[in-house]
Design a protein. Structure first.
Length: 150
C-alpha cells in the first residue's frame, strides 16, 4: 500500500492575524460624530433659555465732559451707566469706552437738535445700543446726569 501525502492548507495562526479593515478608526469616527451631534442638539434644543430681561446691577456715574457742537457751541454732558447684575467680573466697568461713544455721538451736532427732546431721546437710544455692544451686554441703560448747552 502506498500512502500519498495529503497537501495541507495553511491554517491561520496567532503569528499571522487577519488584517483589520479600519474597524477601530470607524468606531472612533462614529463616536466623535455622535458626541458632536449630541452636543449640538443640546445647545439647540435643551439649553435653558434666559429668564427674561437682565437684572439691573450697579449704577456707575461718570464725570461730566464737554463736547463741541456745531457753530461754536458746546454741550456739557454727564452720564451714568446702568450695569446688569454681575457685570464687571474682573472689577468695575471702565467708563472710557462710554465717554468715547458720547463724544462720537454728540460731536458736531447743531445745538437745536441736541436741545430737541425727541431728537435727544433718539440720540440716547442710539448711545444705549452702542454701549451694549461696546460692553458686551454688561450695560443695560444710560442716564443723563448733566445736560447743559451753551
Amino acid at each position: 500500500m502506498t500512502v500519498t501525502a495529503i497537501p495541507q492548507t495553511a491554517a491561520p495562526t496567532d503569528a499571522d492575524p487577519a488584517p483589520e479593515k479600519g474597524g477601530k478608526k470607524k468606531l472612533i469616527m462614529i463616536l466623535v460624530a455622535v458626541l458632536a451631534l449630541g452636543g449640538g442638539g443640546y445647545f439647540m434644543f435643551l439649553k435653558p433659555a434666559p429668564d427674561g430681561p437682565p437684572e439691573p446691577g450697579e449704577v456707575i456715574k461718570l464725570e461730566p465732559i464737554q463736547v463741541n457742537l456745531a457753530g461754536g457751541h458746546y454741550l456739557r454732558i454727564g452720564i451714568a451707566l446702568q450695569a446688569v447684575a454681575g457685570a464687571g467680573g474682573h472689577g468695575p466697568l471702565d467708563g472710557s469706552k462710554a465717554l468715547d461713544a458720547v463724544i462720537a455721538e454728540f460731536s458736531g451736532l447743531p445745538m437745536t437738535e441736541v436741545n430737541d427732546p425727541k431728537h435727544r431721546a433718539k440720540l440716547k437710544t442710539e448711545l444705549e445700543k452702542e454701549l451694549d455692544e461696546l460692553y458686551h451686554h454688561e450695560v443695560m441703560g444710560v442716564y443723563f446726569t448733566e445736560f447743559v448747552t451753551q
